[in-house]
Write a protein that binds this ligand. Structure first.
Ligand code: IPE
Ligand code: IPE
Ligand code: MG
Length: 253
């Protein structure tokens, strides 16, 4: 179990332990080149490879990537099925490489809506890489922050029926072991590419004290240098977690 940022003030660090990314802008990247949107998604998979490698080089321990949101089903059926195909193929082609590089794979989200082949690839990939500890790579697929809170609440109440009593105390942190990301510390740094400045139903609970970083760069262009720029921005910030600046830097600048 990791400590909660709303219960304990975390130790300051220059390099984020956990980075969460909304990989946005694939469609616009393709449109600028007069290519079909799927060409942007394909190029986006290459940017994932580069980012995973760069995260390891920078000493990041957890990398969480938003690949498909619970609202992305609203896209045209053809794009949804192309995205599923790409996800399946990436699992087939990359899991052995992840394992060879000592990367642990996790997939969070409601995967029950995916076809059986993807479900099996996810289960096999997670099982194969479960013992790896160099980097935990989490893919959020059919993930929604509201879904996560609802499923955590259901699991919590099933395990603790006594908490439904009218006089039971409210302790928000008790939900944390039931969140889809319970195996990871809260993200230190959130990155969104593509120029939009919104959370789009990503990790609603987990981002409570995360530093937010937005860049206009489109996801297919994201690379090691872009990751280093985001980490450098993080390194220059003062995280206060509700305290005053003087408490964080006693007598300091
Ligand atoms: C992000 O790129 C990938 C997914 C949401 C699957 P988009 O496909 O949202 O790209 P834009 O925002 O249309 O450029
Ligand atoms: C968020 O991007 C989801 C993923 C990157 C998977 P979207 O492109 O779907 O977000 P909105 O619709 O612009 O908020
Ligand atoms: Mg988008």
């Amino acid at each position: 179990m990791f400590t909660s940022s709303t219960r304990v003030v975390p130790e300051p660090k220059k390099v984020p332990r956990h980075i969460a990314v909304i990989m946005d802008g694939n469609g616009r990247w393709a449109k600028k080149r007069l290519l079909p949107r799927v060409a942007g998604h394909r190029k986006g998979v290459e940017a994932v490879r580069a980012t995973v490698k760069a995260a390891i080089d920078e000493g990041v321990e957890f990398l969480t990537l938003f690949a498909f949101s619970s609202e992305n089903w609203r896209r045209p059926a053809e794009e949804v099925s192309l995205l599923m195909e790409l996800f399946g193929r990436a699992l087939e082609q990359e899991v052995a490489k992840l394992h060879a590089n000592e990367i642990r794979l996790k997939v969070i989200g409601d995967t029950s809506r995916f076809d059986r082949r993807i479900g099996e690839l996810v289960a096999a990939g997670e099982a194969l890489t479960a013992g790896n500890s160099r980097l935990t790579l989490t893919i959020a697929a059919n993930y929604g922050g509201r879904w996560d809170l609802a499923q955590a609440a259901r699991a919590y109440f099933a395990a603790h029926p006594e908490s439904l009593a009218a006089d039971a105390p409210v302790n928000p942190e008790l939900l944390e072991p039931y969140l889809a990301t319970a195996y990871a510390p809260e993200p230190d740094l959130f990155i969104r590419t593509g120029g939009e400045q919104r959370i789009s139903n990503f990790l609603l609970w987990q981002l409570a004290y995360t530093e937010l970083y937005f860049t206009d760069m489109l996801w297919p262009d994201f690379d090691a240098a872009a990751l280093r720029a985001a980490i450098a921005s993080f390194g220059g910030r003062e995280r206060r977690f509700g305290q005053t600046g003087d408490q964080v830097h006693p007598g300091g600048a």
